[in-house]
Design a protein around this ligand. Structure first.
Ligand code: UT7
Length: 361
């Protein structure tokens, strides 16, 4: 949206029925920015990831909980996950992924203007993990902050990076998803303990000139959503201002599942449409890796065959905000994406918060 359009939209929002009108105007403005002449595009120039050394197969849970490899695989598609070693933290994993992305892009840390880390499992309540990564990289320039939107965190972080680049605030942004979910699991709760893992993935986005058309490389559209009335179906039962503890993850799996398929298909469709594309033009879907059944059902709703869906859930489990950048980095490392291909990333998690990003590789 340009600066002149903004006061009109704000004025509209204050009038009766103005919220919908303001949203429509803002969306039209956003679309104009996405498709206007000479658009600045946020293009992926490097990817990297890190997984802790320790691999935990399903069999390890079956030894001490009332569960089985067969149940975990058939209900979630998960076969194994990585757990961080004692002393290994979110910032360590994020810094490893960041270094790998810099090496992939052929860049040194001083080329970065900003670092954004999506995480719900920071090393400390503050400072932000992103500032710890900045220090690990030996940087004292630019800016760094965290985004907390749980499993949708990486989508929200990509949206922030995109906005910063389009606004001209930053030219090169490191966007990281990093989680140590093993530290907020109730390891006695079979309903959640078997589902999550640890890891980190990173992308570097760079400002490039585009024509404004959907044939440009880079981020083409973003769709973000939240519904705080659903907070009780997926949350952590502790926090700084309440219990003073980190707490443990609690989830009503079936309820989350029900919301997930419908909302993921809807947000992905919106983002695809906003990019000026249709599902037949999508080369790859990179979904949040929570459950293979959710991934399959969402792909089916979108009309995208599973051959065009990247899945890493079997090997990583659900790594929350890290799952999409991990999947992107693994797939990119395998040479699965060709320049110019259209990728849709979509995620949902606690909040509920959900969203999608369409980008051309
Ligand atoms: O990343 C954030 C978003 N999170 C998600 O997207 C997760 C969404 N939800 C899910 O992935 C699935 O709901 C689960 C994988 C969590 C569960 O699958 P489900 O098919 O929805 O199973 P359910 O929760 O309905 O449980 C079926 C049965 C229950 O027993 P009863 O009540 O039928 O006797 C559970 O107690 O399976 C039982 N159960 C287990 N059994 C063996 C739950 N966890 C386990 C387990 N092993 N680990």
């Amino acid at each position: 949206m340009n600066e002149q359009a903004e006061p009109d939209v704000l004025a509209m929002a204050g009038q009766p029925g103005g919220r919908a009108a303001a949203q429509a105007a803002a969306q039209a403005g956003a679309q104009a920015a996405e498709s206007g002449p000479g658009a600045t595009r946020a293009v992926v120039v490097g990817t990297g990831h890190y997984l802790p050394e320790r691999v935990v197969p399903n069999a390890e849970f079956a030894e001490r909980l009332d569960t089985s490899n067969e149940w975990i695989v058939s209900r979630s598609g998960i076969e194994r996950r990585h757990f961080a070693a004692p002393g290994e933290s979110t910032s360590h994993m994020a810094a490893h992924a960041a270094r790998a992305a810099l090496s992939d892009a052929g860049l040194t840390p001083d080329a970065l203007d900003a670092i954004i880390v999506a995480t719900s499992t920071p090393d400390l309540t503050f400072p932000a993990v992103a500032t710890m990564v900045q220090a690990e990289l030996g940087l004292k320039t630019g800016f760094a902050f965290d985004v907390q939107a749980v499993c949708a965190g990486f989508i929200y972080a990509l949206a922030q990076a995109h906005a910063l680049i389009v606004a001209g605030t930053a030219r090169r942004v490191m966007v990281i998803g990093a989680e140590t979910f093993s530290r907020i699991l109730d390891h006695e709760d079979r309903g959640t303990a078997v589902l999550f893992g640890d890891g980190a993935g990173a992308l570097i986005l760079e400002a490039r000139g585009g024509t404004g058309a959907s044939t440009d490389r880079g981020i083409l559209s973003v769709d973000l959503n939240a519904d705080g009335s659903q907070r009780d179906i997926l949350y952590v039962d502790g926090g700084v201002a309440t219990t003073g503890t980190a707490g443990c993850l609690r989830m009503q799996g079936k309820e989350v599942f029900r919301h997930a398929v419908e909302k993921l298909a809807s947000t992905a469709s919106t983002a695809i449409r906003r990019a000026g594309l249709d599902a037949a033009q999508v080369d790859w879907v990179v979904p949040h890796q929570a459950n293979l059944r959710i991934i399959r059902a969402t792909a089916q709703k979108l009309g995208v065959p599973m051959e065009r869906v990247i899945t890493t859930v079997a090997d990583h489990g659900n790594t929350s905000a890290a799952s999409i950048p991990l999947a992107l980095s693994v797939a990119a490392g395998e040479g699965r994406f060709a320049p110019g291909q259209v990728i849709v990333a979509e995620a949902i998690g606690g909040g509920l918060a959900w969203g999608a990003v369409v980008l051309r590789w």
